[in-house]
Structures are given as C-alpha cells and as structure tokens.
Write a protein that binds this ligand. Sequence first.
Ligand code: ADP
Length: 173
Amino acid sequence: MKALIELIKGDITKIQADAIVNAANSSLLGGGGVDGAIHRAGGKQILDECIQIRNRQGKCKTGEAIVTSAGNLPATYVIHTVGPVWNGDEEKGSKLLANCYKNSLKLAEGLDIKKIAFPNISTGIYHFPKELAAKIAINEVQNFQTKKIEKIIFVCFDEENEAIYNELLKDKQ
Ligand code: ADP
C-alpha cells in the first residue's frame, strides 16, 4: 500500500498526527528552527527522553532516527532525525537526506502509526538546496511501501518550500 500525501503550510507543532518528525541535530539536546519550536511547545518530557536515549546509545548519527513521546504537543510521538549539513557533496548529502525519510518512516511503521508529518528537513540552518531536498523527500515518501501508514503530511513553514512542494506534487497526485 502507498500512503496519501498531503501538503500543509504552517507550524508542525500544531499538527494533530500520530507522529511529527523533528529535524534534530546529533546531540539530541535541542537547537534552533523546528527543533527549538518542538522542544518549546512540547515541554521538558521530550528533552528528558532525548537525554535518556543519548545516555544509552550516544549521539544520533546523520540519517538515523529515534523516537520519543510528544509531551504537550497534540501528536503522540516525535521522531527525531538528523539531516545532513549541506557541504556541496550532492551525492552523499542526497543519500543521507533520503535516509532521514526512510528511517523515520520505518520507525513509524513499527509503531503502528497512521498519520505522520514531516518538516522540510535540512532546508533551514543546514542549508540543503530546497528544491533538491523536496525532490528527495517526495521520492522517498512515494516509494515507501507500507501496511500501516495512511497519510504523510509535508508541513512547509516558509513560502518558498510551499511553492516548491506544490509544484512538484501537482503532477503526481
Ligand atoms: P535544519 O537544521 O535541518 O536545516 P531547521 O529547523 O533550521 O532544520 O529547518 C528545517 C525546516 O523547518 C526549514 O524549512 C524551516 O523553514 C522549517 N521550520 C522552522 N520552524 C518550523 C515549524 N515550527 N514548523 C515546521 N517547520 C518549521
């Protein structure tokens, strides 16, 4: 089965989904951008669980994903994945960004999640080119075979990403 894809412009912390994905950094201790917004809105519970996971298994590597509860957020879980910092190496960066989506979806599948929302991972502070990032994100999500996930939401915070996703998704749905 393939999940339905939806595009929303807005703030991912407001989304009611079984899981929202966080564009975390490898420390798992919070940061700026969407990471900061999720920790601020979700409260201390999320950070406490991130610290526990970090103490158990160390930092989260680029492209990998871990899960916590969602504290005060309307979602049930937060899946934290670490996107690549853009350094001009398109091949390596693309693979790592694809892994973020793949590993987050695999984790979600194991948690019986029906609805999951993604931010535009790596396209903020990590400076990944937005169009390339969107192509990778859409490709991974469309190729993901699932028995559980019914809906995958791309939450675009900025207008540039919203326009890119709109354009790329318009031919596909
Ligand atoms: P990264 O370090 O992976 O680049 P950022 O958080 O800086 O992470 O940016 C990733 C994307 O998240 C950017 O496109 C940014 O516009 C977006 N973003 C920032 N705040 C929010 C939010 N509250 N909800 C959804 N997306 C957000």
